[in-house]
Ligand binder design. Sequence first.
Ligand code: MTE
Ligand code: MO
Length: 510
Amino acid sequence: MSTDKATRRQAFALGAIAVAIGIFVGEITSNFHSAWKTPVDSLGNWIISVIPHFLESLAITLFRTHDKGFLVATILLVALLLGGLAGDLLLQGKRKFAFAIVALETIFGAFTVLARPHAGVTAIAPSLTSGLAIAMILYFVLGRVKPKLPDANSLTQVKSRRQVLKFAGGASVLGGLMLLTGQNVKIHGLNLIKRLAVKLPTATHPLPPLPVDPALTIPGLSSLITPNNQFYQIDTAINAPIIDVDTWTLSINGLVRNPITLTYADLLKRPLFELDDTMSCVSNPVGGNLVGNARWLGCRLDDLIREVGPLSSADQILSSSGDGFGAGFPLNLLDGRDAMIAVGMNGQPLPIKHGFPARVIVPGLYGYVSATKWVTNIELTRFDVKQGFWISRGWSQLGPIKMESRIDYPIDGTTIPAGKFRFAGVAWAPLSGIASVQLGINGLWKDANLGPALSGTTWRQWWFDWDTTAGNHLVEVRAVSASGELQTQAIADVSPNGASGWHTIHIRCK
Ligand SMILES: Nc1nc2c(c(=O)[nH]1)N[C@H]1C(S)=C(S)[C@@H](COP(=O)(O)O)O[C@H]1N2
Ligand SMILES: [Mo]
């Protein structure tokens, strides 16, 4: 390899590393004030807000819940490449171009920060420190290199640059550690500790203790209650906000006679009730995992709405979280069902990822039209004036959860021993509940055994022992609701209002 090539490669690497360090500096700076956002975060959120809908849907289809990780990775990659380019330009003596790239990156980062709702001018501080760090590293390490390469002298430069690279690598690792500790412990630590210190009151009339879970003895069956750390998670935000429970408030306003604002303490003082409810994402495909069952604790939403006194013109309850997410459902769906402002999930204060300090839960509705996490505002409004986050992105305005059933065990495409085998899964049919579940093998249907029914809006586990013969088999499942409806066989895609069809798997017995 010629020295020329080696040097250019190193200049490129150094430029990229300068950007990496700059990004860390931005992340660390962002910890100094809760309103300061990192450039990467802001850029990500900005892209999410302007990206054409078809691309967004494509990303979600391709990467499922990893779409945000992919976005962040792409941003980082592009930033690093631009840094590399700047390093290379510097080496060639094209200083103006090199620093113009850094300046543009910085200005663009700052722009996306300011594009966020309620961003003060000081919020660009992390972008500035980040840009400054990149510019300084480039200037002091590469900026004074004489153009025209290579010559005898450049070899010594290469050597010293190698040391610089080592130093920069070490600095990146150190920066990464600082980032992790800074982000998770130093600044947010207090809010996390405050959450740990929360003592939730008990419900006025607690539900009976949970029955013995059939999943304890049935291989592969989903547990009756989904543990918090296994509950699926869907957010538009890149990082779950870590809210200070002492300053958090929930306002209920809009087309109402008496708007109110509640603190966390106010919420906990209200009568609390428990609700067993299965929540599903509209993006859950047939047989998918974006569904979970929990015992929620909270206060009645209909009581609160009654207290504020909606005007007759209001037809929508639109909750939002202050990070751009909003979810709305018809006011007349508060028809006596146990909609709640939830503060507890399976005996714990809501986990940060699932909406601490409070979220909305409306039995029978997909999360995207109802279940706002980190909720700070509930507005009584009209569908023809305002809509939730996903509605303008091609998803249906109404989102009742469709009846579904799923085969948990065995998994599609596996080989099982011929003979007696216990098939197992879950089924849900809000609001009425599940009356029966049928398992079909090669078109022959049999009624499965059912697990406990916690409520009309929770899933029910099912299982069935089938004597299988050797060979390839087609296994299907379908449910019948307590109101007598057979689960539809019609296949529907998740968009615009939820998937339908019978979950079907292929297995081999031998
Ligand atoms: N603030 C906020 N709340 C939100 C969302 C979101 O992106 N941001 N996603 C919604 C969607 S689409 C679903 S399916 C549920 C998922 O809740 P979970 O992450 O607790 O499972 O939350 C809803 N609430
Ligand atoms: Mo969702």
